[in-house]
Design a protein around this ligand. Structure first.
Ligand code: MLT
Length: 258
């Protein structure tokens, strides 16, 4: 399988920071973090296949292929190494970049994500979702998802975040959602990658993340030999719910890469 073509944005100058979004969203979920980091970095938010402006992938495109697509973006920009930041599904891709292209990493940030593979129940749920979204239900199969992605504090105090997430989900292509669900179901466990990694790293999550248990962040942090950053009053979409805190944590990571 060849690397899928990926659409991306660019802002600022300095160390390159690649931002990979969660499912079933698009690179605009990083807008506030992009603006903050672009003051002193070269920020490259990427749309995963089928989302935002990236074309739909061919059947069988894996998250490993997407990792190769991320490296093709770096090649196109003549960038040797980058700090790769992935939130949730974006984190799964970031881990695949770390395993397949370690020489292209200047640093790694794993945000609201996990390094473990799905168990059989989780895989079956993803395959059911893929089928449902391509059937008569269409995007109605994602009903309620925005409420799960956004933490309780943000739902009560940041209605703009919930509205933006609902709008992104409403824009998603059912075929892209089905592709993403199937690709995530196939990903392997990647804890061994973290143990072998020798670049500065950050593990960040939200204390109200309903999708990723705190233990997943703790386990990744332990493999990397770092302390996890756990943001209060923040759910699964930390980059949208707590963009200033996420930007600050990434700035700290960037300082450690210099
Ligand atoms: C995401 O936010 O990217 C997804 O919830 C990740 C997942 O379903 O494992």
């Amino acid at each position: 399988m060849t690397a899928p073509e990926l659409a991306f944005g660019e802002a600022g100058h300095g160390t390159t920071v690649v931002l990979l979004h969660g499912f079933p969203l698009e690179r605009s979920m990083w807008d506030e973090v992009t603006d903050g980091l672009a003051e002193d970095s070269h920020v490259v938010p990427i749309d995963l296949p089928g989302f935002g402006r990236s074309p739909l992938p061919a059947d069988g495109t894996s998250l490993d292929d997407v990792a190769d697509g991320v490296v093709s973006v770096l090649d196109a920009l003549s960038v040797d190494t980058a700090v790769v930041v992935g939130l949730s599904m974006g984190g799964y891709v970031a881990l695949a970049v770390a395993e397949r292209h370690p020489q292209r990493l200047a640093g790694l940030a794993l945000v609201n994500t996990k390094a473990s593979a799905d168990d059989d129940t989780a895989k079956a749920k993803r395959l059911d979702l893929a089928e449902a979204v391509q059937g008569p239900a269409g995007l109605r199969a994602l009903r309620g998802m925005a409420d799960t992605l956004v933490g309780a504090y943000s739902r009560a105090h940041r209605p703009d975040v919930l509205t933006a997430v609902e709008a992104m989900i409403a824009r998603a292509e059912p075929a892209a959602v089905a592709w993403g669900a199937r690709a995530m179901a196939e990903r392997p466990d990647r804890h061994h990658v973290l143990e072998a990694l020798d670049v500065p790293a950050l593990v960040l999550t939200g204390e109200e993340d309903a999708l990723m248990p705190l233990s997943a962040a703790q386990q990744m942090a332990e493999s990397l030999g770092v302390e996890p950053v756990v943001l209060p009053q923040c759910g699964h979409l930390s980059a949208m719910e707590s963009p200033e805190e996420v930007t600050e944590a990434l700035r700290d990571l960037l300082r450690r890469t210099r």
